[in-house]
Write a protein that binds this ligand. Structure first.
Ligand SMILES: [Mg+2]
Length: 177
């Protein structure tokens, strides 16, 4: 298995099954589970949103292998994305933490994924850091973002909007398939 130095994740239909800028209306209320995790939030219209179930396990495994994690999203509603990532709570190293704490760099807004990842790498490794010098990948559901491969970033296609980023997709990527 071969781990990258940087793993970037799109948000909508990669981490959760909706467009957070058009489908959701804050504020959100948590639905707490017995162990204190919050895997579901309810918006002000009663719409329930949960992250894809394998996402925390994947992020935890990446962090256990010293991989830096970048959130790369073109969302028009960074406030809503932040509310969700702060609202979701997951068990990590025996503690309950907001999902947002598992991300090392948040790169959001109307820019290309190449720019998101470039800015993330510069934030994490210094101004002179070059995207081409780091082993990286992008999990993303939109094939137009495959253009990151021109910069040496491995594009990992998240093709099923029902399942999102799964452990299976992640393992295939690590095993070079
Ligand atoms: Mg997406």
């Amino acid at each position: 298995m071969s781990y990258p130095q940087v793993a970037a994740f799109d948000l909508d239909y990669t981490v959760w099954p909706c467009f957070c800028d058009t489908h959701l209306n804050p504020p959100f209320k948590p639905v707490a589970s017995k162990n204190g995790e919050v895997r579901t939030l309810v918006d002000s219209h009663g719409y329930e949103i949960s992250f894809y179930k394998d996402v925390p396990r994947i992020l935890e495994d990446l962090k256990a292998h010293d991989v830096k994690i970048v959130s790369a999203s073109r969302t028009w509603a960074p406030d809503i994305a932040r509310d969700l990532l702060r609202g979701f709570k997951v068990e990590y190293n025996g503690k309950i933490v907001p999902l947002i704490t598992l991300f090392d760099s948040l790169q959001w807004g109307e820019k290309s994924k190449v720019i998101h990842i470039t800015l993330g790498i510069k934030e994490l490794f210094g101004k002179k850091a070059d995207i081409k010098d780091y082993k990286s990948c992008l999990f993303d559901d939109e094939t137009r973002n495959r253009d990151v491969e021109r910069y040496g970033v491995k594009y990992v296609y998240v093709k099923d909007p029902e399942k999102g980023t799964t452990w299976e997709i992640y393992q295939k990527y690590l095993n070079g398939n």
